[in-house]
Design a protein. Structure first.
Length: 318
């Protein structure tokens, strides 16, 4: 009998040449370190509840077949400025366009249209013999969040992928190649966090990229769906800042005035393994008093707005 262990898994993701048409991810496509991986098929089951003299129970009818997968990713860059990180292909699935500048940067900015889809294979690896292979096609990122700080811990991205359920089979395994071992995830320290000109004293921050989307239903497909499509991205930043005098930073005054200002945070200090996240027009939308180990703080929520269009948030790996 095959024995499967929770961490013996290979995840391979390949962008699709044709949206919704399954690719065949290989070992080179399993080049990023995913943690806490889940794969959950979602098969629509329509009940039958007819009137009858004996109130008989009839089988439910299987319908549309989709699936969701989730994983966490501790952020790291490629080790070479201007080379895309392994995580870059996941960012592309979240309506973020990639721009590479040789020996300088890999940046990711929101786009309105043109984001790719992907096929994602999940291999459960036993000690010997065939693997269990579960697959998504026509997949995109349906939720993207990140958080960092918390005693200097690395920045962690929390990813949800949604797409068409592409089956569960016994299959020969693949060997992951090109894994990102050149760099390690840097801790969130010396982060140069600043918001509306204030170098706020915070212990942690989080960003919800605010992605919304829907399945493209298609009754011409055996699964009843063509792909998952992203509709909107409305990022929200939250953090816990020590209280300041009004003369230093008027949290409520800025909230009431609807003031807009720049936001920036840097993760990492070594060239080739730095991520800087910026937003040109951060706006306080909620400020609530709180307590952090006896320190008086404000728990702040910010909306990240566009300035010139599709620039509400930028991720730059350098």
């Amino acid at each position: 009998m095959a024995v499967f262990k929770r961490r013996r898994m290979v995840v391979a993701l390949k962008l699709e040449a044709v949206e919704g048409t399954a690719e065949s991810p290989a070992g080179a496509d399993a080049n990023f370190f995913a943690e806490n991986v889940t794969f959950i098929p979602d098969i629509s089951m329509d009940p039958q509840n007819p009137v009858s003299g004996d109130q008989r129970v009839l089988p439910s009818v299987p319908g549309m077949r989709i699936a969701r997968a989730t994983f966490d990713y501790k952020c790291r860059a490629s080790g070479t400025a201007g080379t895309a990180p392994a995580f870059g292909k996941i960012l592309k699935l979240a309506r973020l366009a990639e721009t590479l500048v040789a020996v300088t940067s890999a940046t990711y900015d929101p786009i309105a249209v043109g984001d790719p889809s992907a096929t994602v294979d999940f291999y459960d690896v036993p000690e010997s013999g065939n693997n269990i292979k579960q697959s998504l096609r026509g997949a995109r990122v349906s939720s993207l969040k990140c958080d960092g700080g918390q005693n200097g811990k690395p920045l962690v991205f929390h990813v949800e992928l949604t797409g068409v359920y592409n089956g569960t089979t016994d299959a020969a395994g693949i060997t992951a190649t090109g894994l990102e071992t050149t760099t390690q995830p840097p801790g969130v320290l010396s982060a140069a966090f600043a918001i509306q000109t204030l170098a706020a004293k915070i212990s942690q921050f989080a960003i919800d990229f605010g992605i919304t989307g829907a399945m493209r239903e298609d009754i011409n497909k055996a699964e009843g769906a063509f792909s998952y499509v992203n509709m909107e991205m409305a990022p929200v930043l939250t953090f816990d800042a020590e209280k300041e005098l009004v003369a230093t930073h008027d949290w409520y005054g800025l909230l009431i005035a609807g003031t807009l200002g720049a936001f920036t945070v840097k993760v990492g200090a070594t060239a080739g393994n730095i991520l800087t996240i910026t937003g040109p027009k951060a706006q306080y939308i909620d400020v609530k008093p709180g307590d952090r180990n006896g320190l008086a703080i404000f728990n702040v929520t910010c909306k990240l707005n566009d300035s010139a269009g599709n620039d509400r948030i930028k991720l730059a790996f350098t």
